[in-house]
Every structure is written in C-alpha cells, then in structure tokens.
Design a binder for this molecule. Structure first.
Ligand SMILES: [Zn+2]
Length: 465
C-alpha cells in the first residue's frame, strides 16, 4: 500500500515494523465542547485506514487521545462554574455518542487521557532535562530547540526563520522565542500537580509523545491528524520523542486537508461552526461519514447542508441497491454454476479488485466508493431472482465486505423516511378500522427497528432511538 508521508513529501510503500501488527496514533479532541464536522474528518478517515489494515489481515493498535487539561478546558470550566474534570467527563461522553453514530470503531480504540498520565509526563520531562534538552526557569520547563539541528523537518520550517518571525515578549524566560513549554507553573485557581519543579500542569504537546511511547513503543508506524497540527504540535512531538529515545518517532506522518464551510474557512469569528451533534438532529451521521469519505483525504473539502442533502441521496441509492440484493437473494434458487454464472462472478470480482487498487493508492476512498456504485449498478442491471443464488450471494457478501471497510451500509433494517411515513399511515388506517392488533404490530415492528411513535393531538410523530 502506498501512503503519502508528510515527513518525506512523497507517496511511499507502507510496511509496518511488525509484519502482523500496525501501530497508529491519532491526535484526539480537546474535550471542552462538542466536536465539529472539521474535527470529525481525521477521526473518520483514519478509522477507515485502520479498517483497511484489518481487511488486509493486520492487527491494529489504535490510540486516539483525549486532551483533558489545557487553557481551553480551564476557560470552559470557569465559564460554566464547573471543575475541569466535570467538563472533561461531560464532553468525553458526548464525543463517544457522536463517535458511535459516526460508526467509528470505538470497541477497538484506546483513549488515553492526559490527566491520567501525569506521572509518566513528569518522568519524560525529567529525562529530557537530564539529557540537556529541557531547562526549567521559575517553575516552568521549556524545550531547548537550540539543541536540535533538524527542528522543522516535518513542516519544512527553518529555525532561523521561525525565530525571526516569533514575537519576543518582554521578560521572556525562554532562551529562544521558539522554545516551547513542557511544564507550566501553577496559576491560582487552576488544576495542578506536584512535580520536581513545583506545582503545575503539562504543556499541550508532551502528552502525545508520552502516551504514544507508553502504549505503542519508541517508534510507531503511523502518526496522524489534521493538517493544522503539523506545526507546531507534531513538530514538537518529534522534537520531544526523538531527543529522548534517539530513535525515529513515527515512520509515517499522515495529515488530512481542512474542511471549509460554505466555501469559507471554519473559524470562531465567522461563527460558521457546525457541531456533529447539531447535524445529527437533521441527518443520520452515516451521511456525514459518507460525505467525508467522498473526497480524497488530502484534498480540501467544502461542507454545506445542500451538499449533505445530495450526499444523502447517494447513500440512499446504495441502501436501495443493498435492499434489492437482499430481496432477490430471498427468492433465488441455488444450482450448479454455469459458465455464464462463472462469468458473472468474475465480473463481480473485478469491482473488488478496483476497490483495493484505489485504497492501496494513498487511501483513495472517493474512487473506492465509485467501485461500490459500479457493483450496485451491475447487480441492478444483471441480477434478478432468476439468477443463481450463488452469484447473488457473491455480490451481496462482496458489497457488505467492501462497505464494512468504509464503515457504511452497516445500519441494519435501515428504514427510509418514506417507508416510515407509509407504515404510520397504515397504522392510522388500522386504528380507524378498529384493527388494534395490526396497529400494535406496526408500532412494535417500528420500535424494533429503532423508531418510536408518539400519538399527539397534532397526529403521530416519530423519532429514531
Ligand atoms: Zn497530539
């Protein structure tokens, strides 16, 4: 498989260190708010990369951290009159709800938290200090970038240019304006921990170096995140980890491009944030997932509600194709394969080969989705309940196998809005005809499929649970 490695600026053949297992570290959310659709892009994209490795037969150790202590956490806690831990607990719970609805493989993801690794963080900083890469001033500890000769290698920045572009603060304790904080001295009213440098808390970058090393080892296969993390976050992670171990921190650095909203950069000042939770009130989050996979992860993508509507109709078409296959599979007869059947199976196999070829080329999910569409188109045109059951079986299992890699089409018994309205109409008629048994059956059926009905004076309303 070829993956674009930010570190070398090239597509390179990917081979894990261990030939059975891939180790991946993805920078996770700061848990001070609901995630927005831009945050969701790396989580979905790298979840698919993990799924694809599994499809290829690898085990995957997958870490996505929760940053649960930093300035934004403290600010939010103060605003809401809560403790930082209360804020973290709330938004971790909300993240997990969104993650499940986005079909991220939560059961196979480890979520280490910064505050649960304070001792490891202190030990790491202490070791950097012992090795001469860190210095403390007045309770703060800084990384000494002057000790490195390859700082900036990931984002192609030159130390001299960074220094001349940096703002010099009056009375700065740092040796160089680009030295970054490893440990922050306690401020009144902020959470703090004891350390050899006095009470304080970790800087932002250190947790990822510490937790990646603790759970995945000195050198990991893939470190991933949004393009906005390349500098300074990932650059600083490299500085910390490689200075400590003397080894390469991550063999591959993967970054997804940014997401624009209505053709504008997402920003606080534009007030154009869409939280995933808000979108979930109007759309199944599978639509968001499908949208995020419909373009290549290194291309910037534009998001709007109109685009999401179009995406939904594409996904509906795939679900209809799936339902069609299920329907003819239920009616078809099994018999020996004829030459013509064998020919069809060969044709069906070609879509899988095409899918794999796209995924092998730097995770081209957009093209992979096209192969699934072509498969559906082929089955819609060429397969019917007259077709050999073995052929339909093949088409169906392949459809499910490939869509599982993308994490789409997995919703069971997906009911479309139209179908729900139809069943509700049917139930109203049944009740009018005093056929309460049928009416109850429809209600129970819907409930099993995750739809609850509520009879109100304005009529029957429904919602998904
Ligand atoms: Zn990180």
């Amino acid at each position: 498989m070829k993956l674009y490695n930010t570190l070398t600026g090239k597509k390179e053949e990917f081979k894990p260190i261990n030939d059975k297992k891939v180790t991946m570290y993805v920078c996770g959310p700061t848990v001070y708010n609901y995630i927005h659709v831009g945050n969701a892009r790396p989580f979905v994209v790298f979840d698919v990369l993990r799924r694809y490795f599994k499809f290829k037969g690898y085990e995957v150790d997958y870490l996505l951290n929760f940053t649960d202590i930093d300035d934004k956490m403290i600010e939010r806690a103060n605003e809401e009159g809560k403790t930082v831990k209360e804020v973290a607990d709330k938004y971790i719970k909300e993240y997990l709800e969104d993650a499940n609805n986005l079909m991220l493989k939560e059961d196979e993801t480890k979520h280490p938290k910064a505050t649960e690794h304070i001792k490891d963080i202190i030990d790491f900083i202490k070791e950097l200090e012992n090795k001469g890469y860190a210095y403390s001033v007045n309770g703060n500890v800084y990384f000494d970038i002057g000790k490195l000769n390859n700082y900036g290698k990931l984002s192609n920045k030159k130390t001299e240019e960074l220094i001349s572009g940096a703002r010099i603060k009056v009375n700065d304790e740092k040796k160089s304006p680009i030295d970054f904080t490893l440990w922050k001295k306690e401020k009144q009213g902020e959470p703090s921990w004891d350390s050899p440098w006095g009470k304080g808390r970790p800087g932002w970058h250190i947790e990822c170096s510490v937790m990646a090393r603790k759970y995945l080892g000195d050198t990991i296969d893939i470190h991933a995140g949004g393009h906005d993390l390349e500098f300074p976050h990932h650059e600083n992670e490299i500085a910390q980890s490689e200075s400590l171990t003397g080894k390469t921190f991550a063999n591959f650095w993967l970054h997804n491009a940014m997401l624009n909203i209505d053709n504008k950069k997402m920003s606080k000042s534009e007030q154009n944030f869409f939280t995933v939770r808000d979108i979930s009130k109007e759309f199944d989050l599978e639509v968001v997932r499908y949208f995020l996979l419909s373009s290549h992860y290194r291309n910037p993508v534009n998001f709007s509600k109109e685009i999401l509507m179009q995406t939904k109709s594409g996904l509906d078409r795939l679900y209809n194709g799936k339902k069609n296959l299920e329907h003819i599979l239920g009616n078809a007869k099994d018999r020996e394969l004829t030459d013509e059947d064998k020919n069809m199976i060969e044709n069906i196999n070609q879509f899988k080969e095409k899918f794999i070829k796209s995924m092998e080329d730097d995770l081209n999910t957009a093209d992979a989705i096209s192969s699934i569409f072509e498969l559906i188109k082929y089955t819609n045109t060429n397969l019917s309940d007259e077709t050999n059951k073995k052929v339909i079986d093949k088409a169906y299992s392949q459809l499910m196998e490939l869509s599982e890699v993308l994490g789409i089409l997995q919703r069971k018994e997906e009911l479309l809005d139209d179908e729900i309205s139809e069943l509700i109409e049917k139930r109203i008629k049944a009740r009018k005809n005093k056929n309460y048994q049928l009416a109850d059956e429809i209600r129970d059926d819907l409930k099993e499929k995750g739809i609850v009905l509520e009879d109100t004076p304005q009529g029957t309303k429904w919602k998904r649970i």
